[in-house]
Design a protein around this ligand. Structure first.
Ligand code: ASP
Length: 505
């Protein structure tokens, strides 16, 4: 088959999958609504589990790829870059991740302050018991998880501070002594809960990548190992991706059957829901694309369209981590972002950059404060923006993780952790929407960093070729036809001037 034929084939197959995943999202919703209506919503948990089953298997396949993918991508990408360059790329990514997250939080705060969704509400809503910790504990846990004591354990468990409530006698004793026991007086303890510590693994991989880059030729075998592992993970992702329409269809369908009656959306909760959705829309469809357009001097529509598959997978799974393999495929293969950028920046983004989550945390905390009639001054709003940002960094990229770190934001406005139960009924749907914004945000920042680092990366390629040094490892090779590929394919020893000409297009 000629080049044109191959191009046509790849275009059709790429768009076919996007189309199928979009159809699956709508189809899954209709399917869920139809099943719901057929029995007036009277479905048992077992029946819902059967409907969700194909989706669950798809999710497990994606999850199985995450850890080796994250570790191998980061180590191979940083390990094969010049350290000062990877430092600059990393700094750029962190800067734009921070900028977009702060914009998201401000948008959320502004909308909640203007719409006031919790105003005039009754505060006597359901209260369940949740984990009780202080803001300090949550922050300390966040830093603790950055440095896992045992890497194998970090793949399956994460440390969590647990505060032990005093006994009734201790309360009485304290009261007799004129002391009121608060959370900070509870005994501090901790435990490992199941779920991988992705943040710890990301930090370790960055450190490992830096070490390998420093070691030079001696590190070659290890870089080649991670590089080859990475290429294998991406090939497997390519297979799993073809199941995504089926997975998304059943994941969404089963969620629709299981959701509570739509009547919970009436009143205050409905206003809260609308405020978050509006905020997510403004941030995800206007603000971040605007950043992209201004910085890259390019309309963001094509880039956004190319991310459709990742966006629908994020919506279907509610997990930016599970979606990472798909995000990487879209960013690398469709948006042609340099692989050294995407492999470095995206796994970090999926772990720490959650614009949608930050926005939602801010809106939810202020909404609950309005509902509870807790007055908020400028200082409190500032504290909310700070803790919402931290809470979004601390939230794991798994379904409804934002609810857990929300405790921190509630604590800042002086509300009990139990109050998260007020927003539980609509959280599953908001979770999916905010995950979609989290994932597209990561992708757009990868595009921005790629644009800003292009010159430097091309320069590295030119130097490498001119010096006749080792070429890039296989999983980091540029897409055929790109500028970088032309530079890399230039005969070794070609003089800089002519390579420079080749690089211009
Ligand atoms: N589910 C979100 C994610 O994976 C995190 C959250 O907001 O709960 O990105």
């Amino acid at each position: 088959m000629g080049r044109l034929g191959a191009k046509v084939k790849s275009c059709v197959s790429g768009n076919l999958l996007t189309f199928l995943t979009l159809v699956a999202t709508v189809g899954g919703t209709v399917f869920g609504l139809a099943l719901r209506a057929s029995r007036d919503g009277d479905w048992t948990n077992r029946e819902i589990m059967y409907v969700a089953y194909p989706g669950e298997i798809f999710l497990q396949m994606l999850k199985g790829l995450i850890l080796p993918l994250i570790v191998s991508s980061i180590v191979a990408a940083i390990g094969s870059l010049d350290l000062s360059l990877s430092g600059r790329i990393g700094l750029r990514a962190i800067l734009y991740y921070a900028a977009t997250t702060v914009t998201a939080v401000l948008t959320g705060i502004f909308l909640t302050a203007v719409i006031r969704p919790g105003e005039g509400g009754t505060a006597g809503m359901a209260v369940n018991s949740t984990r009780k910790t202080t803001t300090a504990d949550t922050l300390l846990d966040l830093v603790r998880s950055m440095f896992p004591p045992n890497l194998v354990q970090a793949c399956v468990a994460q440390y969590q501070t647990v505060l032990i409530e005093p006994t009734p006698e201790e309360y009485e004793e304290a009261a007799a002594a004129g002391k009121n026991l608060t959370l900070t007086d509870w005994e501090v303890s901790g435990r490992f809960v199941s779920g991988s510590n992705t943040l710890g693994l990301v930090i370790f991989s960055v450190a490992m990548g830096i070490t390998l880059a420093k070691m030079g030729a001696e590190a070659r075998p290890l870089i080649d190992f991670f590089d080859s592992l990475n290429a294998a993970m991406l090939t497997m992702t390519g297979w799993v991706i073809w199941i995504s329409p089926i997975g998304v269809f059943f994941l969404i369908g089963s969620k629709i059957i299981a959701m509570e009656s739509v009547s919970v959306m009436a009143g205050q909760l409905g206003w809260y829901f609308m405020t978050v959705v509006m905020g997510l829309f403004i941030h995800g469809a206007i603000m971040t694309p605007l950043y992209f357009a201004v910085i890259c001097r390019k309309l963001p529509f094509r880039y956004m369209y190319n991310m459709a598959e990742a966006a629908t997978t994020a919506f279907g799974t509610g997990s930016s981590n599970a979606c990472l393999p798909v995000t990487m495929k879209c960013v690398e293969e469709k948006n042609k972002v340099d692989l050294r950028i995407s492999k470095f920046v995206l796994p970090i983004g999926a772990t720490i950059n959650m614009d949608g989550t930050a926005l939602y945390e801010a809106v939810a905390a202020i909404f609950i404060a309005q509902l509870r009639r807790v007055p908020l001054g400028v200082g409190k709003y500032l504290a909310v923006s700070l803790t919402a940002t931290m809470a979004s960094i601390g939230a794991a990229g798994i379904p409804q993780a934002g609810l857990v770190t929300m405790v921190m934001v509630l604590d800042t406005v002086g509300l009990p952790a139990d109050d998260v139960s007020i927003i539980l009924a609509v959280d599953w749907l908001l979770d999916r929407l905010r995950t979609t914004v989290n994932v597209t945000g990561d992708a757009l920042v990868a595009g921005i960093v790629d644009h800003l680092s292009r010159g430097e990366l091309d320069e590295v390629d030119r130097r490498t070729v001119a010096e006749g040094a080792l070429r890039r490892p296989s999983s980091l090779r540029p897409a055929p036809g790109s500028t970088a590929a032309m530079i890399e394919l230039a005969p070794v020893g070609q003089d800089e001037a002519s390579v420079g000409l080749l690089g211009k297009n």
